[in-house]
Ligand binder design. Structure first.
Ligand code: AHR
Length: 503
């Protein structure tokens, strides 16, 4: 058994817990929309064709904000195809995912779904094949109350009230050569700046996200952010980060330490944004919109099938998540919380079926993947302020991230309620870790909850026929004595503790 210490003190605060950390993403991709959140005729569908079982799971997961409609999809999308009488909506080729888009689901359906799910909508505009004009049109259609052609059209389409969408992404991953309308950083930066400037003429309070890099391994990473912000700094609020992790060639040690890369990614983007601020002699701070993050077994994804086939809602990217994936997702949330002073929005990609915590079958059931659990528990327990955590941990050598701590942690503290939450990860596959948590500066008196995800079989998954094979387990080792807590973290595990100052 290894040993580690974790010290928390309410004097050292990072920032208030930002509810937008617990975002998700719905793209017109595979079965995320069709037979995911939307399936008219399904036994659990409501009057709008929305799956109530998936809505229930979305609420249970504690999702706060949902990005829509893409992703790569948005770079060829015509938003107006998805509004108005369904029978008149065109079927189109979706080049991004080699599918047929029926457009049965569009902006107003999404806004209705978001209301029912209790989430804030976050819209992306197409800056791949389109530009300023169409971004203004969709903004006017969505947000202008009434009295103009587009706002009246929305009202005729059965949405009398403006959708009041505050968060807008200015395109998607335009640094990527796979993106329809791929651009250089200067080309994109100019377009983002002009689109943002014009959108603010409609509503100066919008929160606008410029595209950052599609991953920190892009050859243009760093330069892209600097050049885009050089053009668009004054006009945008946030710059996006996208990151997907997977176990490569059996290298579990590196995979379990994926959050080290996320920390590095956020730190590099923040440094770049602040460098541009310094050059512009500005005190403005650009936030990070980590609007795509997850575990994704990208190496398993190959475009297959007959190029003549353009299927509707095909099974794409339906990754089945295991125990190790859930531990990594829990650790990525630790990283996002730790960086709450700069991470303004974060969206796990995606919500249903497509690299998703929620799975559903057409005409069948919906269930929680392993990765559902750390997200739901963190969203429920992270309250108040994020605290800086002092960790003394044994370390290990990894091939992708160098030497890394085996224990990672973050804590939150809600003074008013007297609640302390601590989220801990043991990245060792060989050893349990005995953790001593020194919380004397807060003085918790009771352990309200101690649960975690771990298991002898790191590759165990939840399936339609066995949906609860991997569920959170109570951690019975936890002891609390005079503000000092001891707990044993199982091998390769994620653990959440809720302590209270009430007796
Ligand atoms: O989330 C899946 C895809 O990953 C998105 O469409 C794209 O933005 C990213 O490359």
């Amino acid at each position: 058994m290894l040993n580690a210490t974790v010290t928390i003190d309410p004097a050292f605060r990072v920032a208030p817990v930002n509810r937008r950390t617990f975002g998700s993403f719905v793209e017109h991709l595979g079965r995320c929309v069709y037979t995911g959140i939307f399936e008219p005729g399904h036994p659990a569908a409501d009057e709008d064709g929305l799956r109530k079982d998936v809505l229930d799971l979305t609420r249970e997961m504690g999702v706060s904000v949902v990005r829509y409609p893409g992703g790569n999809f948005v770079s060829g999308y015509r938003w107006e195809d998805g509004v108005g009488p369904v029978s008149e909506r065109p079927r189109r080729l979706d080049l991004a995912w080699h599918s047929t888009e029926t457009n049965e689901f569009g902006l107003n359906e999404f806004a209705r779904w978001a209301r029912k799910a209790g989430v804030e909508p976050m819209m992306a505009v197409n800056l791949g094949t389109r530009g300023v004009h169409e971004a203004l049109d969709v903004l006017e259609y969505a947000n202008h109350p009434s009295g103009t052609r587009l706002s009246e059209l929305r009202r005729q389409h059965g949405a009398p009230d403006a959708h009041d969408i505050a968060l807008w992404c200015l395109g998607n991953e335009l640094d990527g050569p796979w993106q329809i309308g791929h651009k250089t950083a200067r080309e994109y930066g100019r377009l983002a700046a002009e689109t943002a400037r014009a959108m603010r003429m409609i509503d100066k309070n919008l929160e606008l996200v410029a595209c950052g890099s599609s991953s920190s391994s892009m050859p243009t990473f760093g330069t892209w952010e600097a050049e885009v912000l050089d053009e668009a700094f004054d006009h945008v609020d946030y710059i996006s980060c996208h990151a997907y992790y997977q176990e490569h060639d059996g290298d579990m040690a590196s995979f379990l330490a994926s959050a080290v890369d996320m920390d590095h990614f956020i730190g590099s983007v923040v440094a770049t944004a602040d460098h541009i601020a310094a050059r512009k002699k500005s005190r403005k701070r650009i936030g990070v919109s980590f609007d795509e993050w997850n575990v994704w077994y990208q190496s398993k994804y190959h475009e297959t099938g007959n190029p003549q086939d353009w299927p509707v809602a095909p099974r794409l990217l339906e990754d089945e998540y295991n125990v190790a994936d859930a531990v990594v997702v829990g650790n990525l949330l630790v990283s996002l919380l730790r960086n709450s002073d700069r991470v303004a929005v974060a969206c796990q990609a995606q919500l249903a079926n497509v690299i998703a915590p929620i799975r559903s079958e057409p005409g069948g059931s919906a269930w929680r993947q392993t990765t559902f659990h750390p997200f739901a528990i963190t969203s429920r327990l992270a309250t108040g302020d994020v605290l800086q955590v002092e960790i003394a941990s044994p370390s290990t050598q990894t091939s992708r991230h160098g030497e890394v701590d085996l224990v990672d942690a973050v804590a939150t503290y809600d003074d008013d309620a007297g609640d302390v939450s601590v989220f801990l990860v043991n990245r060792s596959t060989d050893d349990e870790v005995a953790v001593e948590l020194d919380a004397r500066a807060i003085g918790p008196r009771t352990v309200v909850e101690a649960v975690g995800i771990h298991g002898d079989d790191l590759y165990a998954t939840n399936t339609e026929s066995n949906p609860d094979r991997v569920v959170p387990q109570p951690n019975a080792s936890v002891r609390l004595d005079n503000g000092r807590l001891s707990a044993v973290l199982p091998k390769a595990s994620w653990t959440a503790l809720r302590l209270s100052t009430a007796s």
